[in-house]
Design a protein around this ligand. Structure first.
Ligand code: HEM
Length: 240
């Protein structure tokens, strides 16, 4: 049992690599997004949408600033060390900033969904993503207000998996280009592909953690039953 607890406290190589990949992706997506912060449509990299973004500049910038903050803060919140001791205060403040960023970025994203390139398929894909992004952020907040740490962690895992749609979209698009898939067709598929698999992976991680904590609980219960049985038998010896 001891080995299992130690294992879950010290992140292994897989967790460290996963975290580094996540952080690297977050930095790349932020660098890409920062091209919009100049507010100069000439510098906007998405040629087909330049006119749309210029006409809805406030919402686009709201979306991008919120999304950039969230994607960069997220990985730090998953570091085990930041949720303990003197770092807990920082975790709380980063958490509040993260949720506020989701609110601003999510409302901006939901508004922009109606103008998404590619028509109804992408519009509905981004709208569904925005609604789930806002909803999972709200659920994570509600659980922590109710002091339910497990529920909070699970909803934050789902929420950040959705935030990573910002990375996946920018990975899937060049991949489909390299495969020779038509841009419009690819964009329609990627409007969904950038977040549905992320959510499935999050659900798989959540279930894995639930299963391993059940195993730890079970072994703790077994040890406690064994100890009680041992004490009882010792008491019986004395009683004899
Ligand atoms: C997870 C929820 C998100 C939703 C619902 C969402 C929604 C949208 C929508 C609807 C658009 C307009 C798409 C179009 O014109 O076809 C857009 C564009 C954009 N979003 Fe997001 N987004 C999300 C996450 C992110 C993240 C995490 C980032 C990066 C940190 C990001 C950065 C951008 C950028 C830079 C654009 C401009 C288009 C481009 O250059 O690719 N978004 N987003």
């Amino acid at each position: 049992m001891k080995a299992q607890i130690v294992q879950s406290q010290k992140p292994g190589l897989l967790k460290k690599t996963g975290w580094s990949v996540m952080m690297f992706g977050a930095i790349l997506a932020s660098l890409w997004s920062s091209q919009y912060l100049s507010l100069n449509p000439e510098a906007f990299p998405f040629n087909q949408q330049k006119m749309v973004y210029t006409a809805h500049m406030t919402m686009v910038i709201m979306h991008i600033v919120g999304a950039m903050l969230a994607i960069l803060i997220g990985p730090f919140q998953f570091l085990p060390g930041i949720r303990k001791g003197r770092w807990l205060k920082l975790h709380r403040w980063l958490g509040r900033t993260y949720l506020l960023s989701i609110l601003v970025g999510g409302l901006g994203g939901l508004y922009m969904a109606q103008f998404a390139y590619g028509g109804l398929i992408t519009e509905s894909g981004f709208a569904a993503l925005a609604v789930l992004w806002l909803y999972s952020g709200f659920m994570a907040y509600r659980h922590i207000r109710n002091k339910d740490l497990e529920g909070h962690r699970e909803w934050m895992t789902r929420n950040y998996a959705l935030t990573l749609a910002g990375v996946m979209l920018r990975l899937w698009m060049p991949t489909s280009d390299a495969l020779g898939i038509d841009f419009l067709m690819a964009y329609r598929v990627v409007g969904w592909l950038c977040w549905v698999p992320n959510l499935l992976v999050a659900e798989w991680i959540i279930r894995g953690i639930r299963r391993s904590s059940q195993r730890v609980d079970l072994s703790a219960a077994t040890v406690s039953v064994q100890k009680t049985a041992q004490t009882n038998s010792e008491e019986n010896v004395y009683a004899d």
